[in-house]
Design a protein around this ligand. Structure first.
Ligand SMILES: *Cc1c(COP(=O)(O)O)cnc(C)c1O
Length: 382
């Protein structure tokens, strides 16, 4: 790792690190290399599915520097990054400890695919004691998300990292909700960091991508599996994502600010039962979040009081779209029980605290007054 490069601040790295130099014309921005055919040599053969085109390597370097990792790979989706990473560390008979409240696609992958390959796993609650208890002699991976979806639960990453090192178990975090601007898990002792680049890294709701960041040794191992599974990102999209990451720190700073203001605003509204945001002192993970996050992120959830009709409330919103996904420059809101958690049974949802009154809110970069006005006006109409 180049210490001098990594000592630069994230906002600088977003812009200057890993750009592809234009040696022909001297353009300030990276040229796009769309080629699928390169001169071959004994040392290196470039090919998009080998994850080593100039643009893929440049963006990987930028993302690795933001997460303070030695190396990274960029993928065609978050799930491509997650599945490739898990399969590169696991074989038949191995065991994984997963946190229960994972991204729905990850839960689906585990439940539908792992059994067929003889990979064992435990799904446990988001606390270190439950994770410790689930570890057995075959455990190869501990896999967590913090803040988690949709209740923004916080897990102590330093403790997870330490536990992994003690037991010689690889620790992996899906860091999508925090973004590398708010949380750098490698510094806290976590081995592997994964992102759905479709969210904050892309940030404009128009790119599907994924990334994994770790040591050279781990990434080289994931790279071998990645070439076999072929979940790479096309060079044009790599180039677009590089462009998006240039504004990552600006966007996330505004999203952090808007989310905190919105959480405070919602906490004071009599139609709202509870607000889940790690930046609020009332949040059960607030103290740990303060310790391990640089800021609390752009995501929050809140539950409406039982007498407020959630469907009518969402219909009454004029500015904020009711839509899937998150982390765009536009704010968006959704009902987890109909979307990310629709595949769970009623009792599983109840156990995780996901009622039909719960709404997940992704804050964009609009002016906060327009956002709070939209919420207030929608509530007044009910
Ligand atoms: C969206 C998301 C994913 C999956 O990413 P895709 O790009 O949709 O494949 C994984 N983890 C989290 C936390 C997400 O929000």
């Amino acid at each position: 790792m180049d210490k001098k490069i990594n000592s630069k601040k994230p906002s600088t790295l977003c812009i200057h690190e890993g750009n592809v130099e234009d040696t022909t014309f001297g353009s300030t921005v990276s040229p796009i290399y769309m080629g699928t055919s390169y001169k071959y040599s004994q040392s290196e053969n470039r090919y998009p599915r080998y994850f080593n085109t100039p643009n893929q390597e440049g963006l990987s370097k930028k993302i690795a520097s933001l997460e303070k990792g030695e190396k990274a790979l960029v993928f065609g989706s978050g799930m491509a990054a997650i599945s490739t990473t898990l399969l590169s560390f696991l074989k038949k008979g191995d065991h994984v400890v997963f946190q229960k409240d994972l991204y729905g696609g990850t839960t689906n992958l585990i439940n539908k695919v792992f059994k067929n390959f003889g990979i064992k796993y435990s799904l446990v609650t988001s606390d270190i004691e439950s994770i410790k208890k689930a570890i057995c002699s075959d455990t190869k991976i501990i896999y967590v998300e913090s803040p988690s979806n949709p209740l923004l639960k916080i897990i102590d990453l330093e403790k997870i990292g330490k536990l992994g090192k003690e037991k010689k178990i690889t620790t992996i975090i899906d860091n999508t909700f925090a973004s590398p601007i708010n949380q750098q898990p490698i510094e806290l002792g976590i081995d592997v960091v994964i992102h759905s680049g479709t969210k904050y890294l892309g940030g404009h709701s128009d790119i599907s991508a994924g990334a994994v960041i770790s040591t050279t040794q781990n990434i080289d191992c994931i790279h071998e599996m990645a070439k076999n599974l072929g979940g790479h990102l096309s060079d044009y999209t790599v180039w677009l994502l590089e462009r998006s990451v240039k504004t990552l720190s600006l966007r996330v700073a505004k999203q952090n600010e808007n989310a905190l203001k919105m959480a405070q605003f919602l906490s004071k509204n009599s139609n709202i039962n509870k607000v889940y945001y790690p930046g609020l002192e009332s949040h059960e993970g607030h103290e740990i979040a303060k310790k391990q996050m640089k800021n609390f992120g752009g995501m929050l959830s809140f539950s409406l009081k039982d007498n407020v009709n959630a469907d009518l409330f969402l219909k009454a919103l004029k500015l904020i779209p009711v839509s899937l996904s998150l982390a765009g420059v536009e704010s968006s809101i959704l009902q987890p029980h109909l979307t990310s958690h629709v595949l769970l049974t009623d009792s599983e949802r109840a156990e995780q605290g996901i009622s039909s009154q719960l709404l997940r809110f992704s804050l964009g970069i609009e002016h906060i007054d327009d956002l709070t006005n939209d919420i207030e006006n929608a509530l007044i109409q009910l």
